[in-house]
Ligand binder design. Sequence first.
Ligand SMILES: [Fe+2]
Length: 377
Amino acid sequence: MGSLLRSEGPVRVLVVDDDEDVRDVLCQEFERRGLSAEGAASAAEARGLFGAGGRFDLVLCDIDMPGERGTELLAWLKATDADVAVVMVTGISDAPTAVGAMLNGASDYVCKPFSLAEVRARTDQALDKRRLVLENRAYQTNLERLVEERTHEVLAAMAEIRSLSDDLRAAYDATLAAMLSALDKRDNETQGHSLRVVAYTERLAKEIGIAEPELTAIRRGALLHDVGKIGVPDAILRKPGKLDRDEWLVMKKHAELGYEMLRDIKFLRDAALIVLTHQERFDGTGYPRGLKGEEIPIGARIFACADALDAMTSDRPYRKALPYERVRQELIDFAGTQFDPLVVEAFLRIPPEDWRRIRDAAERAVLSGAEFGSGIL
Ligand SMILES: [Fe+2]
């Protein structure tokens, strides 16, 4: 099977007929028209000339020949090259056989005695049909190849965009981490507070069954929770004693300040909501909005427990770090008021060694300066 469409050279015709005169007349006629023609006196000779297929575009095939009949040769020709055009040549008494041959793949037939004009008309038609079939197939193949090529190009472009956006995201996160590290140094008594809270929040979120992309938003919200403190003056932020009423009002603004800083940054939109609500309490007594229960985003409810864990297990100027058992008791005592009872439940399911391991890893990251990378995020 599979003669390809030939772009060069004359159309090649094989004339199979046991009558030498017929062969000669037909071959001369084809040659005169600029086609190349060869004759075969029998089906066996035709097979030898036809070879493995594709050597001829058109076969004129006599039906009634000594030895193998033309109808059998037709079957062999079509099995060898499904695209070859075959026009049967037959005596008038064989007309029903010729019609049957068309059902088996012959393009047409001519009856003896024939006129050359008739042969020309039939063979031209058979060759036109063959050309159309081959052109159509070449077009389809080309189209499929084009579609495949374009698909590859689109997939490659998408992979590139994905990798660029991964790089960009990593750069964003590294920038955020660097910014927060600076903030930690200004504000917190203990270094690495932001990174530890991120790690605790993430562990707790996973325990609750939160997955990507929500997990990333929650991690970023935890990292950025106090970013609004940039807008709180040092005199208030670093005041050693208790804040007076007015100072406290300024301090409380940090949640909304942080939200305003971030809310227009598209990739931080969900994180910004956590920043806004990180000081809310489950019973509605927190700030800035006094949201209650599930009105508070789950990320902020998780953060509240993680933040309590870090605050209590870190040294303060006025007290040493408290043991895990105290944290546990505090969370139980304030479940339903300060904390979401479901989050507290998840917290208590996590073995204390896990919290210690997470704390040690965050500490190591701070010491090695990894807060400037996005690894921990
Ligand atoms: Fe805060």
